[in-house]
Each structure stands twice: as C-alpha cells, then as structure tokens.
Design a protein around this ligand. Structure first.
Ligand SMILES: NC(=O)c1ccc[n+]([C@@H]2O[C@H](COP(=O)([O-])OP(=O)(O)OC[C@H]3O[C@@H](n4cnc5c(N)ncnc54)[C@H](OP(=O)(O)O)[C@@H]3O)[C@@H](O)[C@H]2O)c1
Length: 227
C-alpha cells in the first residue's frame, strides 16, 4: 500500500484517518468540500487536496487515480443521495484491486442477523423522522450506499462504528460480525480508534467482504469477551 485517498478528509473521522495514514508513510490524497479546505491547513504541506463534493464523479475520479486504497466517510447529510453518490463514484472509479474501506454506523446490517439494543432502533427511527421533516439527514441514503457496496465485487470492507467518544487512542478496536454479540455490548469506541481500524483494514485481507461492527478494545465488553 503506497498511495491512499481519504474521501471526507475534513471531518473528525477524516482528520484522524489522515494522521494514521501519514504515520504509516502513505502518500495521501484528501477530498473535501471546497468550503472545508481550510480545515486541512495543518496537513496541506503533506497531502494532495482535491476540493469538491464527494458525490461529484469527476472529483472522485481524479482523486482516486493511482490509489491502492480508498477510505470513504459515508455521510448521511442532506436529501440528495450524497452517501450513495459518494459510494457509487468510489466503486466505479477506484482502480481494480484497490482496497476500499467505507465507514458507517451499527444501524447498517449486511445480512439482517444483527440484534439491536432497543434504544438504537428507536434512535434510528427518530433520525429518519427528523430527516424527513428537516431535510438535513437521510439515514436511508447511507443504507442504500452500503447495499451497493455489499453488492459490489470490489475489495470492500464496511466498518460499522458504535457510539463514539473523543479521547486518546486505546488501541485497535475489536470487532464482530453481528451487533448483539456480547463482545460489542459496551457500544463505545474512541473516534481516533475508529479511524485506526479503518486505516489498518487497508492491509488486512481478512476483512475483505466483511462488515465488522467495532467496539473499543478497553471497554468492559471487549475485555470480558476478547478471544
Ligand atoms: N457520530 C457518531 O456517533 C457515529 C457513530 C457511528 C458511526 N459514525 C460514522 O462515522 C462517520 C463519520 O462520523 P463523524 O461523527 O466522525 O463525523 P465527521 O467525521 O465529522 O464527518 C462529517 C463529514 O460530513 C461532512 N458533511 C457535513 N455536513 C455535510 C453536508 N451538508 N453535506 C455533505 N457533507 C457534509 C463533513 O464535511 P465538511 O468538513 O466539509 O463539513 C465531514 O466530512 C460516518 O460514516 C458515520 O456514519 C458516526
């Protein structure tokens, strides 16, 4: 892995992924909305920035050219199929054989075998309702984006994040195939470690065609149930 693209580099998760990717010595291309380029000032001497909407196919085509891996933040903002457009552009334009890592939350299910805590389903329903009412968020867009990724024959991994918190790294999160597995019960991950898992997945072939649900490695459920 030499060159990677981070789609959604200006957000919180994107910033941490940038740090981890540079730390590993990768050449990094970052994509973010034009208005957010200033958020990348601290990195501008070390990365190539491609400004533009992440669902703009030409922007993504340019950004992922020659990349061995693409880390994509799937954001459910707005009502214009932003996440779906982002995912489809990455699937279509990344070079064959590139590792593609996408971020989302636990609410995404790959095979319908996840068993969700009651509060999480309630939260999803509320977000869907608020989204329809305000036009600010579209949870079904992220679901469709992931459906397309799951159906793709590219070398994808969909990393499903638990609730997040800020704080220093505790190390690589642990994961399981299904929400509801006891190891995930604590439902908390440091955002910096979510990013660490995304970047580490680039070189972990065991995660190809997996949708790991993650949790912090120092949480009580991880400590109690780690293999
Ligand atoms: N927050 C959570 O608790 C949580 C939990 C589990 C999983 N996740 C997953 O983690 C990932 C990122 O989450 P995060 O909380 O850390 O957020 P984040 O990294 O801060 O990401 C927000 C991203 O959304 C972009 N964005 C904001 N408003 C937008 C708009 N109106 N149109 C298009 N893009 C917009 C931001 O770009 P700009 O810099 O240009 O604004 C940024 O790239 C997502 O895949 C999410 O599903 C989050």
């Amino acid at each position: 892995m030499k060159k990677v693209c981070i789609v959604g580099a200006s957000g919180k998760l994107g910033g941490y992924m940038l740090q981890h990717a540079l730390h590993r010595g990768y050449e990094v291309v970052g994509v973010c909305r034009e208005r957010s380029v200033g958020k990348l000032d601290a990195f501008k001497d070390h990365i190539t920035i491609v400004p533009g909407a992440t669902n703009d196919r030409e922007v993504i085509k340019k950004a992922v050219a020659g990349c061995d891996g693409v880390l994509t933040v799937l954001v459910p903002w707005g009502r214009q199929q932003y996440a779906t457009g982002t995912a489809q552009s990455v699937l279509d334009h990344a070079r064959p054989g590139a590792r593609l890592i996408f971020s989302c939350g636990w609410h995404i299910t790959r095979d319908g075998q996840d068993v969700y805590p009651g509060g999480l389903k309630w939260q999803e329903g509320l977000t869907r309702w608020i989204g329809r009412f305000t036009g600010l968020v579209d949870i079904d867009d992220q679901i469709e984006a992931c459906r397309r990724v799951f159906a793709s024959d590219t070398l994808w991994t969909v990393v499903r994040g638990s609730d997040l918190e800020e704080g220093e790294s505790q190390g690589l999160p642990v994961w399981s195939r299904h929400v509801g597995d006891p190891i995930l019960e604590s439902n908390l991950t440091r955002r910096v470690d979510f990013a660490l898992f995304m970047v580490a997945a680039l070189e972990n072939d065991e995660l190809i065609h997996e949708a790991p649900a993650i949790v912090g490695c120092q949480t009580p459920s991880a400590l109690a149930h780690a293999p």
